[in-house]
Structure formats: structure tokens, C-alpha cells
Design a protein around this ligand. Structure first.
Ligand code: SF4
Ligand code: SF4
Ligand code: SF4
Length: 165
């Protein structure tokens, strides 16, 4: 089955077109949130980037509207419950994807996401007669959200990482 897309607009605003799964903090999975999170808010208060907020049940969701996750693990360290995985696990169950609203796809030169990516996971494919197109190498993407935070076209979404358990 194809991996579900989670549009940037949806996860920034909390609105869902087709009830996509919420984006959760690093080193958590929907299963660990469901089974162990009490909604205490400790992780939300601990995040120095202020990118965590409560859902309707007080459980944390993450937004890359303004900033990326730095993988500092302050959220994990603050949590009193067995919600967060060990640091050796992959942090996020998602990777970034470029949507059609990308400026480069409409002919406008833009490489902001590539400049912001700390993993050099975004390459730009030259095109004759058009702006170079961004392509994300999923194997290199950590899902940090730096590209989403900086994109002037709100064109970066997150999709499930296929290799993620
Ligand atoms: S790892 Fe750090 S920056 Fe990322 S969500 Fe947790 S507290 Fe915030
Ligand atoms: S920053 Fe946004 S608009 Fe610019 S190339 Fe990247 S995805 Fe496209
Ligand atoms: S989510 Fe982070 S690692 Fe992945 S492409 Fe965007 S900036 Fe690079």
C-alpha cells in the first residue's frame, strides 16, 4: 500500500483532508503515544524550539512551520512515561517530499530548501529552459523539517518513511 501523504498545510494547521496521521515528536511512534502518553505536557514544555503543541487530548504533535527539530532530545528526557524510543532508533517515521506548489516546478529559481538541509539530502536537477528541480534523497533525509520551515511556497510535505518499522 502506498505511504500516506501528510500535507504541510494540514500538519501546520491541524486540519485534515482525509484524517492523515499527526506528526509526533522524534523517537515516538503513534503506537507509543497511544499506549503510554498521559498528555502531561512535559515534552511540550521542554522543547527549546517550541515546535511541540498539544492535540485535543494533550498529546504532543510537532510542527515545522517556523523551525526544525534539532534532535536535542530534551522532549525525550522530560517525559516520565515510556513514550520515547531509545536514541539509537530512527527519530522520525517520516521523510520530506516536494509538492507541486514548489516554485522551481513553476519555473521560478529557488533552492532555499537545499541550502537549509543539514544532511545535503536535497539535490537540484538541471533543466533546459527551466529552473533546476529539487529532489529529496529519502535515504539521507532525517525528517528534521528544516526544508519545510524555510520553504517560501509551503511546498514541503512529510510522508511515511518506507524503511521505517
Ligand atoms: S528533539 Fe529537541 S528540538 Fe526536537 S522536538 Fe524534541 S525537544 Fe524539540
Ligand atoms: S524551498 Fe520550497 S519552493 Fe524553493 S525549491 Fe525548495 S521546495 Fe521548491
Ligand atoms: S527534512 Fe531535514 S534532512 Fe530531510 S530534506 Fe528536509 S532539511 Fe533535509
Amino acid at each position: 500500500m502506498a505511504a500516506p501523504d501528510i500535507s504541510r498545510r494540514n500538519f501546520l494547521t491541524g486540519r485534515a483532508r482525509t484524517a492523515p496521521p499527526p506528526l509526533r515528536p522524534p523517537w515516538t511512534r503513534e503506537e507509543t503515544i497511544t499506549s503510554a502518553c498521559t498528555g502531561c505536557g512535559a515534552c511540550i514544555d521542554a522543547c527549546p524550539e517550541a515546535i511541540l503543541s498539544p492535540d485535543s487530548r494533550g498529546r504532543p504533535v510537532i510542527s515545522f512551520a517556523d523551525r526544525e527539530c534539532t534532535f536535542c532530545r530534551a522532549c525525550a528526557q522530560a517525559c516520565p512515561e515510556p513514550v520515547f524510543l531509545d536514541a539509537s532508533e530512527r527519530a522520525f517515521a517520516h521523510v520530506a517530499a516536494i509538492e507541486e506548489s514548489c516554485f522551481a516546478k513553476t519555473g521560478v529559481h529557488c533552492q532555499s530548501c537545499g541550502d537549509a538541509c543539514p544532511e545535503a539530502a536535497i539535490r537540484f536537477r538541471p533543466r533546459i529552459g527551466g529552473a533546476p528541480l529539487p529532489e529529496i534523497e529519502a535515504a539521507q533525509c532525517t525528517g528534521c523539517g528544516a526544508c519545510a520551515a524555510i520553504c517560501p511556497a509551503n511546498a514541503v510535505s512529510m510522508r511515511a518513511a518506507e524503511s521505517n518499522p
